[in-house]
Write a protein that binds this ligand. Structure first.
Ligand SMILES: [Zn+2]
Length: 152
């Protein structure tokens, strides 16, 4: 466990998202839809970090991330660390890596896209650029820049 993680009050069970890009933590929280869900969450912003000079950290108690939540994190802050905490110990440590494509994580902004008009259709995007983030719908070809991505 890094010094910075120790500085944060430890949690017994849950997930600590570490090394989130500074200032990006709030966006991650919004995308993961964790607010007002009865989960205890701590957001630390601009925590001093040797690695990137400053970072955001999110502690989520008694909960681990689903596959689609991990993908959202990877999109918003590739390189973030996902630490699964069990009984105060880091049981698993993963790095959120930018996927090549995402399914059912975001909505296509093209109203005429088949993914918006066919019942039960899943959305799928290829990641065409990581920084700044840009994704492209595999059905209609619409490119969507990071600030316009609407997560499901
Ligand atoms: Zn589309």
């Amino acid at each position: 466990m890094s010094d910075n993680l120790m500085r944060v009050q430890p949690i017994r069970n849950g997930t600590v998202l570490d090394h989130i890009k500074a200032g990006r933590g709030r966006k991650v929280l919004d995308a993961l839809d964790l607010i007002d869900k009865g989960t205890t969450i701590t957001l630390l912003m601009h925590v001093p970090s040797k690695k990137n000079s400053s970072k955001d950290v999110i502690k989520i108690e008694d909960r681990e991330l689903s596959e689609s939540e991990s993908q959202k994190l990877a999109l918003l802050s590739p390189g973030a660390h996902v630490n699964i905490i069990r009984n105060f110990v880091v049981a698993e440590k993963n790095v959120a890596e930018l996927p090549e494509s995402i399914s059912n994580v975001a909505i296509c902004s093209n109203d005429n896209c088949i993914s918006n008009n066919e019942r039960g259709a899943k959305t799928k995007f290829n990641i065409i650029n990581g920084n700044p983030l840009s994704i492209q719908c595999v059905y209609c070809g619409r490119k969507i820049a990071q600030d316009n991505i609407i997560f499901i």
